[in-house]
Design a binder for this molecule. Structure first.
Ligand code: SF4
Length: 226
């Protein structure tokens, strides 16, 4: 499979935020979100066998949390599904970060899917495949990255229309971060003010949690591999 990087850091998003985690970042994405901070994954990378990826993960940690991310990892479904199975067999807790544009039915049920449903201001709305609603389990999490009130209204409607709170472990609303952010590690880089988002969520009593990208408040937001 084509790999951009494998590294150990802290999980920055989801209900697993703050935990040490190994990231396996696959190369390639079929979307082009306006605020994407992972454009360096679109091309390049190195070809690695399943055994090579397993060896590198085990070198970084013999146990714990592993996130498979990208890019869009499910573009390499033929190789990434066996990788998830091997990681589970080796005793790792496995997270899969995906846009939900590709079919998710083949993902092992023990894997926690973190599905990033694209909102209008991403420029990639309508890319989530509604068939994947049937693949969601009570382990999974659905995330909305928000840049505006328009995005918030879209997410609120999606959550209610699909009764998401009854289907998944967590619904995450996260302000988008400026992709050219650098230097200061603070909320001024958010495209949507977290305070504003918090006020909307409280007013609507929405069954979602506000998530900040923790790693962007710990390290320089322009830093890769964290
Ligand atoms: S799906 Fe993820 S990697 Fe692909 S363009 Fe959007 S933010 Fe970037």
């Amino acid at each position: 499979m084509q790999i951009t990087e494998i590294y150990k850091s802290l999980q920055g998003e989801s209900t697993y935020a703050g935990l040490p985690c190994i990231f396996v970042r696959l190369t390639g994405c079929n979307l082009r979100c306006t605020w994407c901070d992972s454009e360096y994954t679109f091309q390049g990378g190195v070809k690695m066998s399943l055994e090579q990826v397993m060896a590198e993960v085990q070198r970084l940690s013999p146990n714990g949390l592993v996130e498979i991310t990208g890019g869009e990892p499910m573009l390499q479904q033929r190789e990434v599904v066996p990788l998830m199975q091997r990681l589970l067999q080796a005793g790792y807790k496995v997270l899969l970060e995906t846009s939900g544009e590709r079919p998710l039915a083949s993902v092992p049920s023990e894997v926690v899917k973190i599905v990033d449903v694209k909102c209008p201001d991403s420029g990639e709305d309508d890319t989530f495949s509604s068939e994947n609603l049937n693949a969601l389990t009570p382990r999974d999490e659905v995330k909305f990255v928000l840049s505006s009130r328009r995005d918030y209204d879209f997410a609120l409607d999606f959550v209610r229309r699909h009764d998401l709170a009854a289907k998944v472990n967590a619904i995450l609303f996260s302000p988008a971060f400026r992709k050219d952010a650098t230097g200061g590690r603070d909320a001024c880089h958010c495209l949507l003010d977290p305070q504003q988002l918090a006020e909307w969520m409280i007013a609507d009593n929405i069954p979602a949690r506000l998530g900040l990208q923790l790693h962007k408040f710990i390290w320089d937001p322009a830093l890769k591999g964290v």
